[in-house]
Design a protein around this ligand. Structure first.
Ligand SMILES: Cc1cc2nc3c(=O)[nH]c(=O)nc-3n(C[C@H](O)[C@H](O)[C@H](O)COP(=O)(O)OP(=O)(O)OC[C@H]3O[C@@H](n4cnc5c(N)ncnc54)[C@H](O)[C@@H]3O)c2cc1C
Length: 256
């Protein structure tokens, strides 16, 4: 009830109205979900099918001859004030977008992994909306849905776990009225920063070594905006916002 009141207040402002399609104070989708107290239907929202997106981008880059599918071995990089060399390639700068992978050059930056697991479920009935309460349930491949996600700071094994499956299945069970079946499970590591802000900027010792990391739990939503921001900075069109500039971790660099 308190949350509903907060949303009502929020929706009163004209600039917020465009994001709210409806606020229901009683059940509106009771044939599919447990929503006795109603809920909020958001406008201008959606989802990205990340595997489909990544595969399409890889194909597009490959067709332009701009993609090499191999592990980047940092020990082969040669850093020079004007030029970066790596195997047969030369470039004026290098941008590290390597998530939680260890890096010799960036070891002073406090990027911490936050493990997340997801399920793929299937059911007989198509869902009318993306439902989100405790867990999200979004469409993936035909008649299948992606459910997520867990947040695990300590148990960082690179594998799926029964604990996460049970947690997610309980979440879906308390939201959906429709029977479902789990058909797959997956895991990933989110690269987080201590202040939950992305990390963008220039290496303190090598001016042509750049970082784009720390996207945390919201990389899919934030990456387009901050990739544009980084591009503007690289072309001298703008400064990096202080809140995301790695200069805020300068003290850590001076200790390393
Ligand atoms: C379970 C889960 C749920 C999520 N849910 C959401 C969500 O609801 N909304 C949202 O916006 N985002 C979500 N995300 C995205 C996530 O939060 C991150 O922000 C995002 O994945 C960060 O993207 P990235 O490309 O910076 O890092 P990563 O996704 O970690 O990608 C880095 C890539 O670099 C590769 N790499 C590293 N080192 C090398 C090397 N030396 N050579 C070659 N390749 C290398 C890695 O293999 C990896 O593929 C979710 C992620 C997970 C795991």
């Amino acid at each position: 009830m308190q949350e509903q009141n907060e949303w009502m207040g929020y929706s009163a402002s004209p600039q917020n109205q465009k994001f709210i399609a409806a606020i229901h104070t009683k059940s509106a989708y009771g044939d599919q979900v447990h929503d006795d107290f109603g809920g909020l239907v958001a406008n201008q929202s959606g989802y990205v099918d990340v595997p489909v997106f990544l595969s399409s981008v890889r194909t597009w880059l490959s067709e332009k001859g701009s993609f090499v599918d191999e592990w980047f071995d940092e020990s082969h990089v040669q850093l020079d004030a004007e030029m970066i060399s790596y195997k047969q390639w030369k470039a004026s700068a290098i941008i590290f977008c390597t998530g939680t992978s260890a890096s010799r050059l960036w070891k002073a930056l406090p990027v911490k992994p936050l493990k997340g697991e997801t399920l793929t479920i299937k059911m007989e009935t198509a869902l009318k909306l993306i439902y989100n309460r405790g867990v999200f349930i979004v469409p993936s491949a035909t008649s299948q849905y992606k459910v997520g996600a867990t947040y695990e700071v300590y148990q960082l094994t690179e594998a799926i776990t029964d604990r996460a499956r049970i947690e997610l299945e309980m979440g879906v069970g308390s939201l959906l009225k429709i029977p479902f079946q789990t058909v797959a499970q997956d895991w990933g590591m989110r690269p987080t920063s201590p202040d939950r802000r992305p990390m963008l900027g220039r290496h303190p010792d090598f001016k042509n070594v750049i970082i784009f990391n720390g996207l945390g739990t919201k990389g899919v939503s934030l990456a387009p905006y901050f990739a544009g921001h980084l591009a503007n900075w690289l072309t001298d069109a703008a400064e990096i916002m202080a809140a995301v500039n790695i200069n805020r971790f300068k003290a850590l660099y001076s200790k390393s």
